[in-house]
Design a protein. Sequence first.
Length: 239
Amino acid sequence: MDLLRSPGGCPWDAAQTHESLVPFALEEAHEVAEAIELGDRAGMREELGDLLLQVVFHARLAQEHPSDAFDLDDVARGVAAKLVRRHPHVFDADGSLLGEDAGAEGGPTAEPESADVVHARWDRIKKVEKQRTSVLDGIPLAQGALARGQKVLSRARRGGLMIEVDAVARQHDAATPAGLDDSALDDSALDDRALDDRGFGARLLLLAAEAELAGVDAEAALRSALRTLEDAVRASEAG
């Protein structure tokens, strides 16, 4: 990457900025998810490499900043330190394993905790570190609405906040439209249903809440259903 960004390297790579690379990072992350969901091991290896390239690229760009430069080593050290801070049930403050001096084998000495307890502690530590005032701080606005909705619900639940999602949905749309049946979705099927964006939003929020309670990744489930739809479209095209 140093060579690509240097004089005599690649004009395209040399012209890139953090901002111009954002779409590529998002695309590569989605391609990693797709390879994992399809069980494509070779594809996953390749796509993880492409995603890693984005990290390397951004770190190389960051070295060129005139006043706040950092490099790939700084990024790695930062994430290693974060893992230590946010796993106090595993590490001492100096990064050694809990109980490492207590016995030959070392390792955590406390009773095992549930994943939910560990996740809730992670959120609390993050809130203090980043001086956040809400459990919702830090959820990316650019995230897809379905995935973001489920993230909001998850954060609220882990934060001990009791949110009546049904009431929120009713507040958003006092008269939720009747549900769709399994008939073909064409214009005539929709004419008499008074389906507007608020009604759809309320129903999607309720589905996200249902997925959260069931432990289902709503975004991944929708991607899976879309793949089935895409297969049907291609089969229809093939005649």
